[in-house]
Design a protein around this ligand. Structure first.
Ligand code: OXD
Ligand code: MN
Length: 596
């Protein structure tokens, strides 16, 4: 380490519970050899200083200050635009504990590999220490972490996405425990890029990427992979779910948590604007979170949830005044845009925003349709949740919100109807475990390939899925008042390849049916796959559906489901003897009911 750097220059708390933190920072500094160390306090002044620095060195580019005040554009390295699932590892002592759903490396080997990459990597750079809290700062459900990074862009994003700085440091000092996340952008070389998790050590090491899911360690690495592991031993759930509050005209609010894979509309559902008729009747929608949900049973047996994040790292393409006006209002100021295009007027632009033609594409080249989309399909905005017009006051409640319904869903062009309800908790866990979806641009690799993505956690579960399913099942104990579980598919296509359901705000019609099922006032038809509404059980006033749409969205196709259940059975077999028997029994019960 550069001898001029004093590790303890910002926070020297000898004898306090920050000793462990100070010692870790010193150890990392000795390994990475930064020129300077900066402890982030999360203040406006600090943010202004860093922003100025990033504007000066081109990490951030200015956008039109009239239309997008305090908003910046970041262009990443073109080979660093998404999560890298093939380079993401869970390093448990026993490989079976990580399970077939994770890439695995022995902890000692993984540490040696990563430490070799980190050795001297911060020479000429500043090491930033980011204390952060996932969840409201005073919530018993929240957990703290510290990320060390050499990327000021990461600091600026973590400041938006988490409760970062002095209050988090104070909580860490009080609790004496935190998740350690070490990150360096390295040389952004895809061949020297790894995202490693050590759940038993509450440690993350990420090297070679500046992309959100790989680099903002509070998000996927901490709040899902490490937290799911912690949640299992502590009796709670860390899930890839949005949380939305639906207020009916009587002023009662039901909270719904919904798991959809990345880039399948969680942000849109979380910020939904009710259709005109619903608005006039007095329905309101409140956004609690758009990506991650931590839930645990309360004293009354219900599940209570918090959003551990403080901001949205949303997919830009497709966001428009018609698809998600709340998101558009949210990102009209104080927003970091990553890999979007820009117009002549220096405004951020992406496919689906409006009919203008951008002048520069996401790589800063003059826009040419021959080069593909102007904005990268996984281009993003980072913005504080507090800027969202529909942000729920309850999102800051330390006790969390009670969950009435859990929704699973994926992109399924065929077979899967618009909505169905699981018969009970065990069936619901099978519905989640059997979730399938077509892949999207949120991760590198082929797009549009159907894969099983249990509970939308395939890329994020920090341990063996078989044990995860058992953990889910375990909540069905004495005194539990669990939410009802549903499955939705907004993406069913007709013979012409077009979506059959209008989606977006109209999805409230489906949520209303769920709420009425929870309250016991809506009908459904019992089928082997669960309870399905008939079209007349939903309020479809003002929605024009073709006969084909009626048949496919509300229909049950026995032959197709037989094949689907055979495939689900094979999938569960992949986890061998660890798969809970109750889940296998449920699969077999339904398969038997499906038999002709
Ligand atoms: C995300 C993702 O960024 O799921 O939320 O990839
Ligand atoms: Mn996500």
């Amino acid at each position: 380490m550069n001898a001029a750097v004093d590790v303890f220059k910002r926070n020297d708390f000898p004898g306090s519970s920050l000793d462990a933190l100070n010692a870790w920072v010193a150890e990392v500094a000795a390994l990475t050899q930064p020129d300077d160390i900066h402890w982030c306090d999360g203040s406006d002044a600090e943010n202004a200083r860093l922003t100025k620095q990033m504007l000066a060195d081109g990490t951030l580019l200015p956008l039109n200050p009239e239309t997008h005040p305090h908003s910046w554009l970041h262009r990443s390295s073109p080979s660093d635009v998404a999560r890298v699932e093939h380079l993401t590892f869970v390093c448990t002592a026993q490989q079976e504990d990580a399970g077939p759903n994770n890439h695995w490396m022995a902890p000692a080997e993984a540490h040696a590999k990563m430490d070799a990459l980190f050795a001297g990597c911060m020479r000429g750079r500043t090491l930033y220490v980011i204390p952060y809290c996932m969840g409201p700062i005073d919530s018993p459900l929240s957990r703290c972490g510290v990320e060390i990074t050499d990327s000021p862009y990461v600091v600026a994003n973590m400041r938006i996405m988490t409760r970062m700085g002095a209050p988090a440091l104070a909580r860490i000092e009080r609790e004496g425990t935190f998740v350690k996340g070490l990150h360096s952008t390295g040389e952004l070389d895809p061949d020297r890029r790894f995202i490693m998790h050590f759940p038993d050590e509450l440690t993350i090491k990420s090297f070679g990427s500046g992309y959100g899911g790989n680099a903002l360690l509070g998000k996927k690495c901490h709040a899902l992979r490490i937290a799911s592991h912690q949640a299992r031993s502590e009796g709670w759930l860390a899930e890839h779910m949005l949380i939305v509050g639906i207020e009916n005209p009587q002023g009662e609010t039901h909270y719904i948590a919904a798991a959809f894979p990345s880039a399948c509309g969680k942000t849109n559902l979380a910020m939904l604007i009710p259709p005109e008729g619903y608005r006039q009747a007095g329905w309101k929608v409140w956004t609690v979170g758009d990506d991650i949900c931590w839930m645990r049973p309360g004293a009354d047996g219900r599940l209570y949830a918090i959003n551990p994040e403080a901001g949205f790292f949303g997919v830009a393409p497709g966001t428009s005044d018609s698809s998600n006006p709340n998101a558009l209002a949210t990102i009209s100021h104080h927003t970091i845009f990553t890999n979007v295009a820009v117009t002549d007027e220096q405004e951020p632009w992406w496919e689906g925003l409006d009919s203008r033609t951008p002048s520069l594409d996401w790589q800063g080249r003059p826009y040419d349709a021959a080069n593909g989309p102007a904005a990268h399909p996984n281009s993003r905005f980072t913005v504080s949740a507090r800027q969202c017009p529909s942000y729920s006051a309850k999102a800051e409640d330390p006790q969390g919100v009670p969950i009435s319904a859990i929704v699973f869903g994926g992109r399924r062009a065929s077979l899967v109807p618009l909505v169905f309800e699981a018969r009970d908790w065990t069936h619901g866990v099978l519905v989640g475990a059997a979730m399938g979806s077509e892949t999207t641009a949120a991760a590198t690799g082929a797009v549009g390939v159907m894969r099983r993505d249990p509970m939308a956690m395939k890329p994020f579960c920090g341990y063996n899925f078989a044990d995860y399913f058992a953990h889910w099942l375990s909540f069905d104990g004495a005194g539990a008042k669990l939410p009802k579980i549903f499955h939705v598919n907004w993406f069913r296509k007709g013979g012409d390849g077009k979506f059959l359901w209008p989606g977006f705000g109209e999805n409230l019609r489906v949520l209303e049916w769920m709420i009425r099922r929870v309250e016991g006032t809506a009908d459904a038809v019992d089928t082997p796959i669960g309870h399905l509404p008939r079209a007349e059980d939903l309020n479809l006033d003002g929605v024009a559906l073709s006969d084909e749409a009626h048949d496919l969205l509300f229909g049950f196709e026995r032959a197709g489901w037989q094949a689907e259940f055979a495939s689900i059975g094979e999938y569960l077999e992949e986890f061998g003897a660890r798969t809970p028997q109750a889940l296998k029994d449920e699969q077999q019960r339904i398969a038997a009911r499906l038999a002709p």
